[in-house]
Ligand binder design. Structure first.
Ligand code: CA
Length: 228
């Protein structure tokens, strides 16, 4: 899951980035409103954590602009001001939740997880399944036919992306941007190597095969097994 943190206070921004990264999210940090607005408008995020008080473009303007552009990415507001009007204003503009600074990281994490779960059934939110493959999202654990599969953080993120978008062909550049937070040319084999490793763990010794190569396009995860 990819998060955008828009926060001008360096310490808070880095603290959030580090904590959320350790919790298994891919985190992009914008240190001012303009950069935050640009990233929010041009990239795909699952959630935006938006500071209200920014020196250039404030959080309200960013949120207003996002919603006007019909971008429905969930937004969690961070506000230093504990006034009812501010909170109401944020929610009216289309924020999904807010947190008053200073806050405990555990609380922020709980709010983030709740927002990401919204719109999904509770079972969908915590567990993803395809055939006999089971992903436990909060614990970041995978198993097939009840057999535990050891995955690195990146392998889990890659598998989660494939499972969430099962049946869809995912290009290497999409996988690179969603899992590695990088943009790279298609001639690199980072993705292919990662897929090969993941496949050895997920598909070897199991039936049906789930990870498929779509020649000239990318990869998809599918239990029906239409190879190439
Ligand atoms: Ca601020």
């Amino acid at each position: 899951m990819r998060l955008l943190v828009v926060e001008d206070e360096q310490k808070t921004g880095e603290y959030l980035q580090q904590g959320l990264t350790e919790a298994g999210f891919l985190v992009s940090l914008a240190r001012n409103g303009l950069d935050g607005h640009h990233q929010a408008m041009t990239e795909e995020f699952d959630l935006i954590i938006l500071d209200v008080m920014l020196p250039d473009v404030d959080g309200w303007r960013i949120l207003k602009s996002l919603r006007e552009a019909e971008k429905q990415t969930p937004v969690l507001f961070l506000t230093a001001r504990d006034s009812v009007e501010d909170r109401v204003k944020g929610l009216e503009l289309g924020a999904d939740d807010y947190l008053v600074k200073p806050f405990a990281f555990a609380e922020l994490l709980a709010r983030v997880r709740t927002l990401l779960r919204r719109g999904l059934s509770p079972a969908q939110a915590d567990q993803l399944t395809v055939a006999d493959l089971l992903l436990d999202i909060p614990k970041r654990k995978a198993s097939r036919s009840g057999k535990k599969i050891q995955l690195s953080q990146k392998e889990f993120s890659l598998l989660e992306l494939l499972v969430r978008r099962q049946g869809e062909v995912l290009t290497r550049s999409l996988i690179a941007s969603q899992v590695w937070d990088m943009n790279f040319d298609s001639d690199t084999n980072v993705i292919d190597v990662a897929i090969r490793r993941l496949r050895a763990k997920i598909d070897e010794g199991f039936d049906p095969r789930l990870i498929h190569t779509v020649r000239g396009m990318g990869y998809k995860l599918d239990a029906d097994g239409n190879e190439e």
